[in-house]
Design a protein around this ligand. Structure first.
Ligand SMILES: Nc1ncnc2c1ncn2[C@@H]1O[C@H](COP(=O)(O)OP(=O)(O)OP(=O)(O)O)[C@@H](O)[C@H]1O
Ligand SMILES: [Mg+2]
Length: 518
């Protein structure tokens, strides 16, 4: 009997799988037990052909392959190599000692070549955590595997070379360490002219991790502004970067020359995206856009054009900060800590509220359009901003405003203040739990009076009022205030340009109604 360590994907994590092979003198046949999925059951045929092609003997006896832990479902093709090596070791062709501290990952072609596996980084990390000092992987997966710190990655071309290495006749060369990732330059905030109100909202969103909705006429710079958010956020920490890279590897999105992610992800799925494409799914389940945006920004452009069911499913995900895909054969969890930025036109033709063009939509069409995004989803967006095209004079020669770097520094300072105060209760102000909101916000007496008046006059819901407090807290953090003063609450009230009620939509010609409260 032999024991070899391999790994299989569980969502975006790899799990170690112990491959036990036993050869007994009965009629020749191969049994694979331990909850293998179809791809793993078929592994026996590939392994037999690969061993024969390599010029070694496949035992003509009864072979039982047990995959432990038995309660874990094993999919993917990465177990081919450990099964093949297990068979050879059980047959006496390899020394069991040579397998100490070695993990194996790889799909076998019939001629014994090793094919790349999906999620090589996740699998390598799992083997490292299971105590492997060395992991043998297919050559094409080595770049991704080598991103795992603290383990030696040995790329191999085929089964023959793996055996030669384990026999000590021809050791494999370790993969070169990952290249240092140069961050790509973030787009510059100063390139956006005017739109001071929206830029300020972007700064607040970055500082507090608040979800943001930009609503305005076509071509006013909504997409341009959204793309500038990742550049304002603090750089990825090492563990965050590893998590992001792992997810992209599992989704099969790491190409040759992969490096550890250095920039926060920015994902902008098209509004025709399916629910599975957005949230993840398929067989085996793969992470969707919301998980690919983990630790970064998910940008939903043309929000009302997304399918309603998709948005409703997304709402749950934004709240849980992870995607749970339930299947008859077990659940699969993908992380999804994202900051949501969305953009929308104010009406189907796009020109309602414009000073420059007339809107062609009737009130009913506008109401229907707005109603495509449900109230509960809008309610979870802390910052609502209405914007309009910048006049040519400003576009051409207006002041450039603050740079990405200047705003980024203010954001970092505000986040440092917030995390010192929260002491681990919440990562950002947007995530402060309702239960301790009052304490954390520490609104002044004037601020409370102001909010009370706004609740009455604007018929703010309880959730709406809490939203204002959270945003006010971030505004106060940006200004270095210990408590939340009334002017911070006043500014926060300016970002609640409510879209849920058609009566509140700006009439043609009327601008930025939401600012009246400031
Ligand atoms: N405030 C601005 N400063 C500088 N350039 C701008 C500004 N607004 C728009 N532009 C220019 O207009 C182009 C279109 O902007 P953008 O794609 O951001 O508009 P949008 O609001 O997303 O439009 P749509 O509603 O059609 O999606 C930009 O690529 C940019 O060149
Ligand atoms: Mg756009």
């Amino acid at each position: 009997m032999s024991r070899v360590l391999g790994a299989a994907l569980q969502g975006v994590d790899g799990g170690p799988v112990e491959v036990e092979v036993r050869i007994s003198s009965q009629l020749p046949r191969v049994d694979v037990v331990g909850l293998p999925e179809a791809a793993v059951r078929e592994s026996a045929a590939r392994v037999r052909a690969a061993i024969a092609s390599t010029g070694l003997t496949f035992p003509t006896q009864r072979i039982t392959v047990n995959l432990a832990p038995a309660e874990l479902r094993k999919g993917g093709t990465g177990l081919d190599l450990p099964i093949a090596v297990g068979v050879l070791a059980a047959n006496g062709a390899l020394e069991p000692d040579s397998l100490d501290g070695v993990g194996l990952v790889g799909e076998l072609a019939l001629d014994g070549r090793l094919r790349p596996v999906r999620g090589a980084l996740a699998l390598t990390l799992a083997l490292r955590d299971a105590g492997c000092r060395r992991v043998i992987v297919p050559e094409p997966s080595a770049v991704e595997s080598a991103l795992a710190p603290g383990v030696e990655v040995l790329p191999a071309l085929d089964l023959g070379r793996v055996c030669a290495h384990l026999l000590g006749s021809e050791p494999l060369d370790p993969a070169s360490p990952p290249r240092a990732a140069g961050s790509t330059a973030a787009p510059e905030l100063a390139d956006v002219r005017g739109q001071e109100h929206a830029k300020r909202a972007l700064e607040i969103a970055a500082a507090g991790g608040h979800a943001l909705l930009l609503r305005g006429t076509p071509g006013c710079g909504k997409t341009m502004l959204a793309r500038r958010l990742p550049g304002l956020l603090p750089a990825l920490g090492f563990e965050e970067a590893l998590a992001v890279t792992r997810i992209h590897g599992v989704a099969g999105q790491l190409r040759e020359g992969a490096t550890i992610a250095s920039d926060r992800p920015f994902r902008a799925p098209h509004h025709t995206a399916s629910t599975a494409g957005l949230l993840g799914g398929g067989q085996p389940p793969r992470p969707g856009e919301v998980s690919l945006a983990h630790h970064g920004v998910l940008f939903l452009d043309e929000l009302p054009e997304f399918r309603r069911a998709t948005l409703e499913a997304l709402r749950q995900v934004l709240e849980d900060r992870r995607v749970v895909i339930a299947r008859a054969r077990g659940t699969c969890v993908f992380p999804a800590q994202v900051q949501l930025v969305s953009a929308a036109n104010p009406c189907p033709c796009g020109w309602r509220g414009s000073r420059h063009r007339d809107c062609r939509c009737d009130d009913e069409a506008v109401a229907r359009y707005a109603a495509r995004v449900s109230g509960p989803l809008l309610d979870r967006i802390d910052l609502h901003v209405a914007l309009e095209s910048v006049p040519w004079s400003e576009l051409d020669a207006g002041p450039a405003g603050p740079t990405t770097r200047e705003v980024g520094e203010r954001v970092q300072e505000a986040r440092r203040r917030a995390s010192r105060r929260a002491g681990g209760v919440a990562a950002t102000n947007a995530a402060i739990p309702d239960a301790c909101l009052e304490d954390v916000v520490a609104a002044s007496a004037d601020a409370r009076t102001l909010l009370g008046r706004a609740v009455d006059r604007l018929a703010l819901s309880a959730r709406g009022a809490r939203r204002v407090l959270r945003v006010g807290r971030t505004i106060a953090d940006l200004a270095g205030e210990a408590g939340t003063p009334d002017w911070a609450v006043a500014e926060a009230l300016g970002y609640r340009d409510d879209w849920t009620r058609p009566a509140e939509l700006p009439a043609p010609g009327a601008q930025r109604r939401g600012r009246a409260g400031r």
